[in-house]
Design a protein around this ligand. Structure first.
Ligand code: FES
Length: 129
């Protein structure tokens, strides 16, 4: 399914991973998408593992905007909810990543706010489109 997200986003998270893989490196690779950007994972990874192998958060809190990265890793704390591009809500720690999966780290409203802030920031610098 093609993405309807812009290719660059104003509030893109730092790309330093939270997790580092040290075992089971021989499983088959797969591709998935975080905020429209292609990423790689291995068959059998949870979505939480797959995302945190790429960056330090699975989403921003819809209440505070603070980054969240899961807490319990066993499906109990509700800290790892993510949304797919088609609007499904999924718990990242108990969902396996699949080939072509497309997930978002921010709500539509937060992405729209970030885009407006990015354009406003460019305008302030005199670089507005
Ligand atoms: S990390 Fe606690 S429910 Fe997923």
């Amino acid at each position: 399914m093609p993405s309807n997200l812009p290719s660059s986003q104003a509030s893109k998270p730092a790309c330093e991973p939270q997790f580092v893989r040290i075992a089971e490196t021989g499983r088959a690779p797969l591709r998935f998408y975080i905020d429209g950007d292609e990423a790689s994972a291995l068959q059998g990874d949870t979505l939480l593992t797959a995302v945190l192998m790429q960056q330090r958060r699975v989403r921003n809190s819809e209440f505070s905007g603070a980054p969240r990265a899961g807490f319990c890793l066993i499906g109990a704390c509700q800290d790892c909810w993510m949304r797919t591009e088609d609007g499904q809500r999924i718990r990242a720690c108990s969902t396996l990543v699949t080939e072509g999966m497309r997930v978002l780290t921010q709500s539509r409203a937060a992405r729209a706010d970030a885009a407006v802030a990015g354009v406003a920031g460019l305008a302030a610098q005199g670089d507005a489109p």
